[in-house]
Design a protein around this ligand. Structure first.
Ligand code: PEP
Ligand code: MG
Length: 880
């Protein structure tokens, strides 16, 4: 078996499409080398070794050692130095690289191959003793903490001690002999802590580092990260061993991290940060302030790479073009300049905000790099959500507290918490929190996930907080230096203002501003790139997208977002209005038909006006109106004053009413007197609603000469007979209204399929139905026998333990609930070829459920107004 793949110096055994085997980093290093970019030579140990390692009690396959040796030989031949050689030592880096990037989650060791003898070789070869001893101490420090598990504070203490002793303040002031002293101190400390001397044999060092990288696949942070991002443990990581190049060998050296376009806004500009005379980790560590790449982005006190290193920069600009043309996507790259020579250390598709993802997809299509279909595929529908979220209202009053870097756009408001654990705990209680940290580390990701927004006082645009927040779509203000944070006293202060934990702040991740208290927000813009991409999506999608809406505001929002009709108008939601609830209670509590009719007569004008409004806003688009379907308890009077009010409206006494309310209350309302059961026992209710619908439709038809086509939907049908009875009632009322008004409209009558029995007998039910709408909320509840109202208490545990892959109320269960949907669709179509099929449960706005709906060939999905754009895009992707 080939366990090791070489790259660079004309020997490229891997390719970009081999990322499963080589990990993203290894595959792309090989790809970059093979398209002629300057990549230091190296080799990749495959992810299969990682799998083997965990299956064999952390042992390696027998052939590995020889293959690693051969890989090392390839590097030595290419570079002209020898691993462990005292005069011209080869130094290597050892890095992890999984199939998908897991930033900062796993371990890295640099400068490997240094020991007491080779460090002298490096002194001679580089002509720079200070650099050589600094490199050696960096190596002991990294190897010591990553491979030997020595606490990093122990290293810092030794540096501090030497600084104190010599009166130096900054690392940069330390001389070669002083770094030599640090090295001696490190070695002594490592021997003391681990009971063994620091390993001097480069081969032992190499295997130690390889083992540490493979082990880091199972460290706590990596495990958490995988859980949050749905990455299977079986994938494993690869290990990349590569010749070191040095960005810290003098003023003609540099290192940087950049993006081929702006990852926050998507703007087509070379974007990123670099540092002269520095090694990779210095850029992210936040000790020195990194400088911008492009002069266009430089502030007066900054020195762009374009100005400072024009030749290397020009070369990098060419690399940027080559990479974008080759990968046809925005790249996130790492590079090092050693003695004015550019080396590429990494490229990968860059993480970006939702706004950037949209802009880059549309721009690249317009630049001809990708086609429209590809652009539609590029944007994650779930991420669109971020763009549809509010931003700060420019007119709202506000009190600025501080300003940091605009690290991840969007506005967020919440109470201040100072730890990831507290953020998680309070978010679970339903509170909105802003996580405030000096800086974040991979240990904080659960809290960042739980928070509405993140604020850090240290770190730049590529700091951990910024990168992770952008990936998660959380607004983030980073590097807010004027804010000081006191964890012990749970308080942050800035310019004399103090905010305690639990008090509210608002952050704007688009400007970097932090405000005291809460600031009003406004709706997002839906024009420009958004409209362009949606237009492309609409061209390729087959599924129609409707909205679940009952109020005029919801209906208007739905149309603004591009809904092609209303798929579910829940009429019971129209009855909670204070003006009406009294009449609704009166209707429910009345003991006779005559009593109910009095209450219904009060409700009719309201209900008719509701439908007039809806039909007018929807202007001829289909509107599905569902007749009353409440679990009755939602409407029963509870308080004394409510009971007294109903009593007086019915002319009954209070005690009687209390007893009646008790009689009506059910042990299991979700399976009780609701849906069509209500319409069958009290036909006058459905008669009133049907009348309101037809009178409204005729009125609008007369007024606009464009008659609406209402679709009247009967809920909770289990048997054909239930639908026959209710349908006959609706048809009769229609004829009555047509006769009274002298006006005729087209309408259809259909049913929800939301009970397993209805799904299994859908052929019989279809005889009386013009359409089916799958009510997957109830269908999930009844298929799993899982109460919608109570599942929240234990469902998260089921998901956490992997008993359910996802919450079945969020994402449709394809094997059970989905099977019923499939059966019903097939049976319905067999009886009635043109029966219209839709879905109106919450799943109608969930991208993976929409893929399922496409596979069943439903005609439309219906979801809440804000999810309509998400559904349009997901439907397009499902069709591709
Ligand atoms: C459903 O059951 O899926 C549905 C849409 O109806 P409701 O949520 O109103 O019960
Ligand atoms: Mg339902």
């Amino acid at each position: 078996t080939q366990w090791v793949y070489s790259f660079g110096a004309g020997r490229n055994e891997g390719r970009a499409d081999m990322r499963n085997l080589l990990g993203g980093k290894g595959a792309n290093l090989a790809e970059m080398a093979s398209i002629g970019l300057p990549v230091p030579p190296g080799f990749t140990i495959t992810t299969e070794v990682c799998t083997w390692y965990y299956q064999h009690e952390r042992q390696y396959p027998g052939e590995l050692e020889a293959q690693v040796k051969a890989g090392l030989k390839h590097i030595e031949d290419a570079v002209g130095t020898t691993f462990g050689d005292h005069h011209r030592p080869l130094l290597v880096s050892v890095r992890s690289g999984a199939r998908v990037s897991m930033p900062g989650m796993m371990d890295t060791v640099l400068n490997l191959g240094l020991n007491d003898a080779t460090v002298e070789g490096l002194v001679t070869a580089s002509g720079d003793a200070r650099f050589a001893w600094d490199s050696y101490r960096r190596f002991i420090q990294m190897y010591g903490s990553v491979v030997l598990g020595v606490d990093h504070h122990r290293f810092e203490e030794i540096i501090e001690h030497v600084k104190l002793d010599t009166g130096k303040i900054e690392d940069t002031e330390l001389t070669a002999p002083e770094w030599h002293r640090v090295v001696d101190g490190y070695k002594e400390m490592v021997r003391e802590v681990t009971g063994r001397p620091f390993p001097q044999d480069p081969a032992e060092q190499l295997w130690g580092a390889i083992g540490a990288v493979f082990s880091s696949w199972q460290n706590q942070r990596a495990v958490t990260y995988r859980r949050l991002h749905d990455i299977p443990a079986e994938w494993g990581t690869a290990v990349n061993v590569q010749a070191m190049v040095f960005g810290n060998m003098g003023e003609d050296c540099a290192t940087g991290v950049c993006f081929t376009r702006d990852p926050s806004t998507g703007e087509n500009i070379f974007y990123g940060e670099y540092l002269i005379n520095a090694q990779g980790e210095d850029v992210v560590a936040g000790i020195r302030t990194p400088q911008p790449m492009a002069q266009l982005k430089a502030k007066p006190n900054e020195r762009s790479m374009e100005v400072a290193m024009p030749a290397a920069y020009a070369e990098l600009v060419k690399v940027r073009e080559t990479l974008e043309r080759h990968y046809r996507d925005m790249q996130d790259i790492e590079f090092t300049v050693q003695s004015n020579k550019l080396y590429m250390l990494q490229t990968r598709n860059g993480k970006r905000t939702a706004a950037a993802s949209l802009k880059i997809a549309v721009d690249m299509a317009q630049e001809g790099l990708i086609d429209h279909t590809e652009a539609v595929k590029r944007v994650n529908p779930a991420a669109l959500d971020q763009l549809l979220h509010p931003t700060l209202d420019p007119k709202a009053s506000r009190k600025l507290l501080a300003k940091g870097l605009p690290a991840s756009p969007g506005a967020a408001c919440g109470i201040v918490v100072f730890s990831a654990d507290e953020a998680e705990a309070r978010a679970q209680k339903g509170e909105s929190v802003i996580l405030v940290r000096i800086e974040t580390s991979p240990e904080d990701i659960h809290g960042m996930h739980a928070a509405k927004g993140i604020l850090t006082t240290r770190g730049g645009m590529t700091s951990h907080a910024a990168v992770v927040a952008r990936g998660m779509g959380r607004p983030c203000v980073a590097g807010c230096g004027s804010v000081s944070v006191d964890y012990n006293n749970q308080v942050l202060s800035s310019g004399g203002v103090q905010i305690r934990g639990g008090e509210v702040v608002t952050i704007d991740g688009g400007t970097g501003e932090v405000f005291v208290g809460s600031v009003a927000m406004i709706e997002p813009q839906l024009s420009g790139d958004f409209a362009t991409l949606m237009g492309w999506a609409d061209k390729v999608r087959r599924l129609k997208v409707r909205a679940n809406a009952e109020t005029p505001l919801d209906a208007e929002t739905a149309r603004k977002f591009g809904a092609e009709g209303i798929g579910l108008c829940r009429t019971e939601h129209m009855f909670f209005d204070p003006e009406r609830i009294g009449a609704v209670r009166q209707m429910i509590m009345a003991e006779t038909e005559a009593g109910r009719r009095i209450a219904l007569a009060r409700l009719l004008p309201f209900q008719r006006q509701d439908f007039v409004d809806l039909f007018r806003i929807m202007a001829g688009l289909p509107v599905t109106i569902r007749l009353l379907d409440p679990p009755l308890h939602e409407f029963l009077p509870h308080s004394d004053s409510e009971i007294a009010e109903v009593a007086s409206s019915l002319g009954a006494n209070v005690e009687e009413m209390r007893r009646r309310a008790q009689d009506l209350s059910e042990a299991n309302p979700m399976l009780g007197h609701r849906g069509c059961r209500l319409g069958i026992s009290y036909p006058e209710i459905y008669e009133m609603q049907a009348r309101a619908i037809f009178e409204a439709a005729c009125a609008i038809g007369k007024e606009t000469h464009k008659a609406p086509h209402p679709e009247i939907m009967i809920p909770l049908v289990a048997t054909r007979r239930e639908l026959e009875i209710t349908r006959a009632l609706v048809d009769r009322v229609a004829q009555e209204v047509f006769a009274e008004t002298g006006y005729h409209i087209e309408y259809s009558v259909g049913t929800m399929i939301e009970l397993p029995r209805a799904a299994l007998t859908a052929d019989a039910i279809a005889e009386s139905a013009d359409f089916f709408s799958f009510g997957t909320n109830d269908l999930t509840q009844t298929t799993f026998g899982l109460s919608r109202d109570d599942a929240g208490k234990f469902l998260p545990l089921y998901v956490e333990k992997g008993i359910f892959p996802k919450d079945p109320f969020v994402s449709i269960d394809p094997d059970g609930v989905g099977a019923l949907v499939r059966i019903a669709a097939e049976k319905g179509r067999r009886v009635k070829g043109d029966i219209k099929l839709g879905i109106c449960g919450e799943h109608g706005g969930d991208p993976s459920s929409i893929h399922f709906c496409e596979s069943v060939g439903l005609d439309y999905v219906s979801c809440s107004p804000y999810r309509v754009p998400v559904a349009r895009l997901a439907a397009a992707q499902a069709a591709l």
